[in-house]
Design a binder for this molecule. Structure first.
Ligand SMILES: Cc1ncc(COP(=O)(O)O)c(C=O)c1O
Length: 398
């Protein structure tokens, strides 16, 4: 008896693969600052829990496969605050943004088809491409340019008969880069020319800094049939455990097909959708203090890290991640070494090694991703431990 090729090929999460090492570190009584995972520490809004507490049905029944009408309407209303007009038929509620990515891949492409994605990218895209047997064709971006897109001709060169879509994520995980409107418009022109889909993962939409604004592909005129947005409440409302996301498109054929996949998994979680209705009704001002907090944390980390002039880091403008190139030989080795062998006052740091965010072999081996999901004082300590760890590691010539 054997398992599938798909099962053999699917990658282990680079964000979680050091988990077993971390357990051993903790057993030694060492405190770990977890900068490896994008689990926000900002409180979930009270209204989310209140709505769930007020739920008084006798039976927790199946809901509609495309999600509760009231939530779909609440999401449409929320988008209208950004001058984006949607109606609830343009929105299907998913079990997290993860399921939205999976639906998008499955609906637009057949096994062997290609999706062009700038790398480094959110590593779970690899998992979904394995499930759907798609090929991700990477376009490499670099720390030196702040991970902005290369010239549009680089995308054009990668288009083949098998290309079905270009996918972007902005604000980006893992880089924190917010794509310029110009970059997105150029991609819009390209997908129009080649009749491709443009998929955008916009789950970090609110989190932009220094006055930078997120530009949504839903703002591209004349591309309504070609654009698909992946959305989620996980980061927006610090509700990762709720497992509520959405897939958004005005393409009726796409939405009708997604609904069939959605029917096959019955429905997204009901109680969490009810909580999400409350959250989506919060005014946009709700995000003000949260973005200010993230911006403060980003600034703290950037200041600490750039005090080492050999670290390559362009201040990212969004999300809550920093991807940076360190003066070390190998970030997989370094991250593991730090957990196993380095502590200051019984404290150490866990980061995500960069290579797992690339699909080109050999890329990202000196980079790490840091999630600034700890409050300022802890972040300062963690940043300083990281700096000292780099010095020590390099002095050992391991
Ligand atoms: C860019 C990006 N897209 C999608 C997801 C998945 O989000 P969800 O928790 O809604 O499944 C994440 C989670 O970290 C993410 O960073």
């Amino acid at each position: 008896m054997d398992i599938s090729k798909r099962a053999k090929q699917i990658q282990e999460s680079p964000i979680r693969k050091l988990a077993a090492v971390a357990i051993e570190t903790k057993k030694k009584g060492i405190h770990i600052y977890y900068l490896n995972i994008g689990q926000p520490d900002i409180h979930t809004p009270e209204i989310f829990y209140k709505k769930i507490k007020d739920f008084s049905e006798n039976v927790l029944s199946y809901g509609p496969s495309d999600g509760l009408d009231e939530l779909r309407q609440a999401i449409a209303d929320y988008f209208s605050k950004y001058n984006i007009t949607l109606n609830k038929n343009d929105i299907i509620i998913t079990t997290g943004g993860s399921e939205a990515v999976s639906f998008a891949f499955t609906v637009i492409a057949d096994p062997g088809d290609e999706i062009i994605i700038p790398e480094p990218f959110y590593t779970n895209y690899n998992g979904y491409s394995s499930i759907s047997n798609l090929k991700i064709v990477p376009i490499t971006t670099d720390p030196e340019t702040g991970y902005h897109l290369p010239d549009i001709s680089e995308f054009e060169k990668k288009i083949t008969k098998k290309t079905k879509a270009i996918m972007i994520c902005s604000p980006n995980n893992p880089t924190g880069t917010v794509l310029y409107e110009k970059e997105i418009r150029e991609l819009g022109e390209l997908v129009k020319k080649y009749n491709l889909f443009l998929i955008a993962d916009e789950v970090y939409k609110e989190f932009t800094y220094d006055g930078e604004k997120h530009f949504s592909i839903l703002q591209l005129k004349g591309l309504e049939d070609q654009t698909i947005v992946v959305d989620s409440i996980s980061k927006r409302y610090s509700a990762c455990g709720a497992r509520i996301g959405a897939i958004i498109s005005k393409n009726r054929v796409v939405m009708k097909s997604i609904l069939k996949f959605a029917q096959a998994r019955l429905c997204p979680p009901t109680l969490e959708q009810i909580g999400a209705i409350g959250a989506y009704k919060l005014p946009l001002s709700y995000f003000k203090t949260i973005t200010a907090e993230y911006q403060k944390r980003r600034d703290i980390l950037v200041e600490i890290l750039t005090s080492n002039k050999e670290i390559i880091l362009k201040k990212p403008k969004g999300a809550f991640y920093i991807m940076t190139k360190l003066p070390i030989d190998n970030s997989d080795k370094f991250a593991k070494w730090m957990l196993e062998n380095f502590e200051i006052d019984n404290e150490t740091v866990m980061v995500a090694p960069g290579a797992g965010f690339y699909s080109t072999p050999g890329k990202g081996t000196q980079e790490i991703r840091i999630a600034y999901v700890l409050e300022s004082n802890k972040l300062k300590k963690a940043g300083n431990i990281l700096l000292k760890a780099i010095e020590k590691y390099n002095s050992l010539n391991l």
